[in-house]
Design a protein around this ligand. Structure first.
Ligand SMILES: Cc1cc2nc3c(=O)[nH]c(=O)nc-3n(C[C@H](O)[C@H](O)[C@H](O)COP(=O)(O)OP(=O)(O)OC[C@H]3O[C@@H](n4cnc5c(N)ncnc54)[C@H](O)[C@@H]3O)c2cc1C
Length: 523
């Protein structure tokens, strides 16, 4: 390939310079692991955000299979000031997918580094490389008949624990707060050194996956949702599979029930009667994952009228809110907790409880039960069929687990979405004391006018929620800088001070979470 042929270049890098970098990548990784052709790069440029694909086009993608190769990539990037955006399995749909933060960054794709290094069934620990998928780990557990259970995000089968945990993702079992369950990381730093967190730096020590804290400053968290290092190994905890898992659903009729639902769940959740991350899903989330499309009910543009939502609820036997929980333990433990839950519900005086037997293999109960039982599946992708057209952005503000908070957030979100002609397709996930409010802003990317509205809508959601003291916990690459601003200047200055010290050439994923030495001027 001649030097002139690179259509996309990294910011401030000239053709000749980039050509040299590519030649060095080829020498290090082999020709097959250095992708520069437009067709080869297409899969890395699939965005779901309301911006032009061109804004997120990579200049190249490289794949590595060893830690030494990752170190080599970092060295070349430093020599030629080429920024590198790392993905593991690259399934971060709705938060940016595999595309880089901005045009010209090269992709370091680690999906070929997919060794399950160690699983300890007694201690319930695992150590994996970046490319390991949840499906791969699930198969390994099944094939080896290990008494362990996984927790994962909804795209489970194709996504992986390392990437999900690095982005502080969540799942639906008692181990659903994934970063809490992380124990031990290995990272390639921007200067090429390999750093292990916790006990990992001690020669011969075997407590790396069981004791998080090690000695001195504990830095694991600093590397998540950040750009201070490339994670090449991740340790985490797995739950022992209990003798009984009892998934169930409670349906509530009215959208105004949300406050009472949360007040009912909170004590059961905090006291671990219900030990998993509880989902409270709105009617359209349920309908779309059960196969309903908007076009089944209307061809009118804009937000779907409430009357249609009620009709869908009736036709498909759904609640306005659908609460999913599970009980785990011995038959005796599960029975005690079941009695506590049903007793509390009786006191509440509303809500229809549905067991697995009563659901009888129907969707969405079945896929929800699988998520809560650690069985991978892809059912939730049905969300994309509701409106069609491939546009999706997660809006995910966090609040206290209080009914009054959810009431306010729900009303505000629905009002803003509907104002922009879009639907509220959302759920609340009750963590321990927090609520992740997860809204899928779905829109038709093939329609420029709707795409514009979606962009305006997302901006307004961020603005109006921030005015009321709510910020999001994670966001797609288009809005990373905007969200970083809402967390204040002190945090930003500290993060950029660290960046300057650790990565002075600004080569590791500039722009991730708003950290970018070329753009931040407020020192
Ligand atoms: C229908 C649907 C439902 C979803 N439900 C959930 C859900 O329940 N919970 C949830 O959390 N998410 C959910 N998501 C979002 C997303 O798909 C998952 O979080 C998915 O697990 C992330 O993809 P991944 O594991 O392949 O991570 P990757 O895409 O590989 O990585 C995610 C990000 O982490 C960083 N990163 C990755 N690898 C490294 C590394 N080696 N070193 C440093 N940084 C790295 C990068 O910034 C990357 O962009 C959902 C998406 C869809 C479409």
């Amino acid at each position: 390939m001649s030097e002139q042929d690179y259509k996309v270049l990294p910011r401030d890098v000239e053709q000749g310079e980039f050509h040299q970098a590519i030649e060095k990548f080829r020498a290090l990784l082999g020709d097959d692991n250095v992708l520069v052709e437009e067709a080869q790069l297409k899969p890395y440029n699939k965005i779901m955000m309301p911006s032009e694909d061109a804004e997120h086009a990579p200049s190249a993608a490289v794949t590595a299979t060893t830690v030494e190769q990752v170190q080599g990539v970092v060295k070349i990037c430093n020599e030629h000031k080429v920024p590198v955006w790392t993905v593991s399995t690259g399934r971060n749909f709705g938060y940016g997918s595999t595309a880089p933060h901005h045009r010209g960054q090269i992709i370091l794709d680690l999906k070929k580094m997919n060794k399950i290094i160690h699983v300890d069934a007694e201690l319930g620990t695992a150590l994996v490389e970046p490319g390991v998928t949840y499906q791969q780990l699930y198969d390994y557990i099944q094939e080896n008949n290990l008494p362990l259970m996984l927790s994962f995000s909804a795209p489970s089968a194709i996504a992986g624990p390392l990437g999900n945990t690095m982005d502080r993702g969540v799942g639906y079992t008692p181990y659903g707060e994934h970063f809490l369950m992380q124990c031990g990381m290995e990272l390639v730093l921007a200067n090429g050194e390999v750093y292990r967190t916790g006990m990992g730096g001690v020669e011969g020590d075997n407590a790396w996956q069981v004791f998080k804290w090690g000695y001195g400053p504990t830095l694991d968290g600093m590397f998540t949702q950040a750009n201070y290092g490339i994670c090449t190994k991740l340790g985490f905890w797995l739950m022992h599979k209990p003798p009984v898992i009892k998934p169930f659903e409670i349906q509530f009729e009215e959208e105004t029930d949300i406050a009472e639902i949360v007040e009912f769940i909170r004590p059961l959740r905090i006291n671990q009667v219900i030990p998993n991350s509880v989902v409270i899903a709105g009617v359209l989330w349920e309908a779309s994952t059960a196969g309903v499309r908007r076009s089944d009910y209307t061809s009118e543009p804009g937000a779907t009228p409430d009357a249609i939502l009620k009709q869908i609820q009736k036709d498909k036997h759904l609640g306005a809110w659908n609460v999913y929980c599970a009980l785990y333990g011995t038959p005796e433990q599960v029975e005690v907790n079941w009695n506590i839950v049903t007793g509390a519900l009786k006191q509440l005086g509303k809500g229809k409880i549905i067991t697995e037997e009563e659901a009888g293999g129907t969707e969405p109960f079945t896929y929800r039960a699988k998520l809560m039982s650690g069985v991978p599946n892809l059912r939730e992708f049905g969300l994309y069929n509701w409106r069609g057209g491939g546009g999706s952005m997660w809006f995910a503000p966090v609040s206290q687990a209080r009914g009054s908070e959810c009431d306010k957030q729900y009303a505000l979100a629905k009002e803003i979405l509907n104002k922009h002609g879009l639907d509220y397709v959302g759920e609340f996930i009750v963590g321990w004391r927090d609520m992740h409010h997860v809204i899928d802003v779905l829109y038709d990317r093939t329609n420029p006018e709707e795409t514009k509205r979606a962009d305006a809508c997302f901006n307004e959601l961020l603005d109006e929620f921030e005015k009321r003291g709510y910020a999001v916990y994670r966001v797609n690459t288009r809005f990373m800088d905007r969200v970083a601003q809402s967390y204040g200047p002190v945090k930003r200055r500290l993060e950029h001070t660290l960046k300057k010290a650790l990565d002075p050439n600004n080569i590791l994923a500039p722009g991730k979470s708003g950290i970018d030495l070329d753009k931040f001027n407020d020192w």
